[in-house]
Design a protein around this ligand. Structure first.
Ligand SMILES: NC(=O)c1ccc[n+]([C@@H]2O[C@H](COP(=O)([O-])OP(=O)(O)OC[C@H]3O[C@@H](n4cnc5c(N)ncnc54)[C@H](O)[C@@H]3O)[C@@H](O)[C@H]2O)c1
Length: 329
């Protein structure tokens, strides 16, 4: 299949483009390089364009005639969403509507959308299943929920078939170390902990050590980025085969505490992770982990590289060489 990968110069999009190419599909990346990297586009052409530019999208659809779209392009940094909500809504919602318009004009009907477990908000029940009430607590989550709503309306009208994939904590890097996680600013736990262990970052702040969890720190569900990529291929195959729109969690269903992640980083790097215990952060749920039954039963999806040591090892293979030499300098 030819697949237009919107945001394919970013972390998860690039890993998915690589996975598409590895099985013989053709990724065509559309990215404005606002946070993505040109050198992550290695498995097909790059169309450097903004998804809000309808004419540029029309040209890309006309040139490549894709069978499907995978839509990763978004603003993702939660705190920036709180400071600049209009820009966030514009990129995430207006951008997605622009994509759907271009799909309609070109006759392309299948789309896999990067949603997030943030659409659920405070968990009322765990594990979080796809039918859990969706009540996001921040701008980022609300923009993603809004896009899910637009997709559902467009699907009901018969315009598209979509998969809304609700990722839990994306993490890790390609096992061969060629691409990995690069965010600016980086707010994710594992790269920051690896940096701290390398002696480059300040101490890690652990927000909350008095939750009713195994060791008092928050529990999250870390899924390896290559497993996420594999989940996208499964979702695409389902849209192309049986068809029908659906929402699906992509997680492991296994919670890992923040302290366990830091311990795994210490083991892999072989150095301590300096840490300070801080108070709870408003809005942080004590535990978040996925109900994985839909992914397993309907997509035949099972994570293969998502145990925490493997995730950290792969992330370190990517970051280690650069950060070790920066620390030595
Ligand atoms: N990283 C996570 O843990 C996580 C968790 C849940 C959901 N998601 C979602 O997955 C998707 C990918 O996340 P990521 O971590 O790879 O982020 P990323 O920032 O690495 O990738 C996003 C890519 O989209 C591009 N982009 C942004 N706005 C664009 C626009 N208007 N036009 C064209 N390109 C644009 C950026 O340049 C970048 O290459 C996002 O939609 C994000 O909300 C990520």
């Amino acid at each position: 299949m030819k697949v237009l990968v919107l945001g394919g110069a970013g972390y998860i999009g690039a890993h998915t483009a690589k996975a598409l190419a590895a099985r013989g599909d053709q990724p065509i990346v559309v990215d404005n390089l606002s946070s993505g990297r040109r050198d992550f586009v290695r498995w097909g052409p790059l169309v450097q364009a903004d998804i809000r530019d309808g004419a540029a999208l029309d040209a890309a659809f006309a040139a490549y005639k894709p069978d499907a779209v995978m839509h990763f392009a978004a603003s993702i940094e939660v705190s920036i969403g709180e400071r600049e909500p209009l820009a966030f809504w514009d990129n995430n919602l207006a951008g997605s509507i622009s994509v759907l318009g271009a799909m309609q004009r070109s006759g392309c009907r299948r789309i896999v959308f990067s949603s997030t477990c943030a659409v659920y908000g405070e968990p009322e029940r765990l594990p979080l299943c796809e039918r859990h009430v969706r009540k996001p607590i921040n701008t980022y989550g609300r923009t993603k929920l809004a896009v899910e709503n637009v997709l559902e309306d467009a699907a009901r009208a018969g315009d598209i078939e979509h998969a809304a994939l609700r990722y839990f904590n994306a993490s890790g890097a390609s096992p061969d170390g060629d691409i990995g996680e690069e965010h600016e600013p980086e707010t994710h736990l594992i790269p920051n902990a690896l940096k701290a262990a390398a002696g480059l970052g300040g101490p890690m702040q652990v927000f909350g050590s008095d939750y009713a969890t195994r060791d008092g720190s928050c529990v999250r569900d870390f899924i390896h980025v290559d497993d996420l990529a594999a989940g996208h291929l499964r979702a695409l195959d389902r849209l192309a085969g049986r068809g029908g729109s659906f929402a699906c969690n992509l997680g492991t269903g296994q919670g890992v505490t923040v302290m366990e992640v830091l311990d795994a980083v210490e083991t892999v790097v072989g150095r301590p992770v300096p840490r300070v215990m801080s108070g709870r952060r408003p809005g942080d749920a004590p535990e978040l982990y996925a109900d994985t039954r839909f992914a397993r039963d309907e997509l035949g999806f099972a994570p293969a590289r998502s145990n925490i040591e493997q995730i950290v090892e792969d992330a370190w293979r990517y970051h280690g060489p650069r950060w070790r030499s920066a620390a030595a300098a």
